[in-house]
Design a protein around this ligand. Sequence first.
Ligand SMILES: [Zn+2]
Length: 225
Amino acid sequence: MRFIILGAWALLFAWNQLCATDGNQSVPLREVVRVIAPGVFDYQSSDYLVRFSLWGVGFPKNNQPGYHQALSFCEGKLLGTKVAVVVKQEFNKANIKLAEVFLENESDSLNLQCIKSGVGWHDEVESSRHGPFVLSQIRSKRANLGVWSRDFDYQQKAGIDAPPSPILPSIMGKSPFFSGLKYWVTTFGKVHRPECSFYQRGRGELTSRPRGSDCRICGGFKGRD
Ligand SMILES: [Zn+2]
């Protein structure tokens, strides 16, 4: 009797393992509990929650254009489905594990999908120029998708402290189209200049070609004369 039970249990265990793997990856499929930010999510392992970040993909930060699209893309993909997580690096700078994530019944990893659709970009340093990511990014750039459709430098490193690099000052003139001046346009259509205290506050978008009503404090697109 004992052997029969043991045998049945072993069979059940083997069957469970088989169902919980996706073809070539022998990684268990599990649920994502919540999505923290684009590409960052909590995953329920057998014993505890583990936070992962998508390996080799960069995303807009929460004050940058495209953040909400990237977040809802990741939520749509990760929530309510089973995923297989392949750890690529134990910890990144923020002490989060980096992983390539495979979704049930989808052949492209989520990492690749994010780069293909342009909701994120390829972090070549992190991935050491992973071939499929490089190729997909060439295509999404060419097709002007997502982050590539916006006139915004996501990879600007230093921000306000860095001195502005003069680019051909002779042709810059006073035209805002050449000066690199970015206006902040809120979702309500108010245009602010960088010196304004409302610049990059709340939801909005950075652009050198603002459309909207000028802020009365900073003068917006026209400026104060
Ligand atoms: Zn303003």
